[in-house]
Ligand binder design. Structure first.
Ligand code: CP
Ligand code: NVA
Length: 314
């Protein structure tokens, strides 16, 4: 059975609530381990370990990739659907977290407020993983940068341009990009910029090794970039704003014209699910430069690496 890279030792028993919970060495080592797991050159044994999933929002990729990741490591997952557990009936997080810590070895939580996730982490005595909140989607960002690394090798000096809503996915990309030395340019319409506090945190993490920029013009965002990334205009919980957002984001579709402004080797990324004809054209998402299905597959590999690190004997 494999030994973990020494750079990952500090992650045993830790929470993963934000991309910025990692340091540079940990982020790089997780990507390396994920690539090894994908290639079949590393194996870990989590027999008897159980990951609890608490998802208060819909999910296909995250739910299934965590379940399969755990199964491939020899462990199990229990899906604590809020509607059939007391979670959906308002049992306090402090009680749920302490009880589940007596049964499970880790929890992956998809919820609305980042503060609720932090509350789970405060009360749980086992690792808590962010499976998406309104503020961040750090497991997604790990998969995204693994996909970029598979294409370009070395990440240092690359530029990832994200166009659309300055949302949870954009936040985690900025923070993870900053850690890994990738320039991240976020292009949004006025009024939809990422949280300035997250931009500031990302700039501090980048420490001069990468540029973190926010612009309000799509061509300016993508010019010369090595990866073009977009996400839905209305995230889960914002469904009532769909029509208003469609108006505000007119001109921000990631289409062939925008792709032509990027580096000729640029790849196209999308966390999925996608709305073809809104934030991305069908031709671009189905085109030669699209890596969206490799990216989705990579969720499983990075999460296997993460679980192996968090659940390693401390
Ligand atoms: N990208 C992603 O998190 O997809 P799901 O919402 O299907 O989990
Ligand atoms: N920003 C999207 C991502 C879905 C994976 C949402 O939060 O709905």
């Amino acid at each position: 059975m494999a030994c973990l890279d020494v750079a990952l030792a500090g992650l045993a028993g830790a929470d993963f609530l934000s991309s910025s919970d990692l340091d540079r060495a940990e982020a790089e080592a997780l990507l390396t381990l994920a690539a090894q797991l994908k290639a079949g050159s590393q194996r870990f044994d989590l027999t008897g370990r159980v990951l609890g999933l608490i998802f208060s929002k819909a999910s296909t990729r995250t739910r299934v990739s965590f379940t399969v990741a755990m199964a491939r490591l020899g462990g199990q997952t229990i899906d604590l659907l809020p509607l059939v557990t007391q979670v959906g009936r308002g049992e306090p997080i402090a009680d749920t977290a302490r009880v589940l810590s007596r049964y499970c070895d880790a929890l992956a939580i998809r919820t609305f407020a980042q503060a609720d996730l932090a509350d789970y982490a405060h009360w749980a005595s086992i690792p808590v993983i962010n499976a998406l909140t309104d503020e961040e989607h750090p497991c997604q960002a790990l998969a995204d940068f693994l996909t970029l690394r598979e294409t370009f090798g070395d990440l240092e000096g690359l530029t990832l341009a994200y166009v659309g809503d300055g949302n949870n996915v954009a936040h985690s990309l900025m923070l993870m990009g900053a850690l890994l030395g990738v320039n991240v340019c976020i292009g949004t319409p006025e009024g939809f910029a990422p949280d300035p506090a997250v931009v500031e945190r990302a700039a501090a993490l980048a420490a001069g090794r990468a540029q973190i920029t926010v612009v309000h013009e799509p061509v300016a965002a993508v010019r010369g970039a090595h990866a073009l990334y977009t996400d839905v205009w209305a995230s889960m919980g914002q469904e009532q704003e769909q029509a208003e957002r469609e108006r505000a984001f007119r001109g921000w579709c990631l289409d062939g014209a925008l792709l032509a402004e990027a580096d000729s080797r640029a790849i196209v990324l999308h966390c999925l699910p996608a709305h073809r004809g809104e934030e991305i054209s069908a031709a671009v998402i189905e085109g030669d430069q699209s890596r969206v299905f490799d990216q989705a597959e990579n969720r499983m590999h990075v999460q296997q690496a993460l679980l192996a690190a968090l659940l390693a004997p401390g």
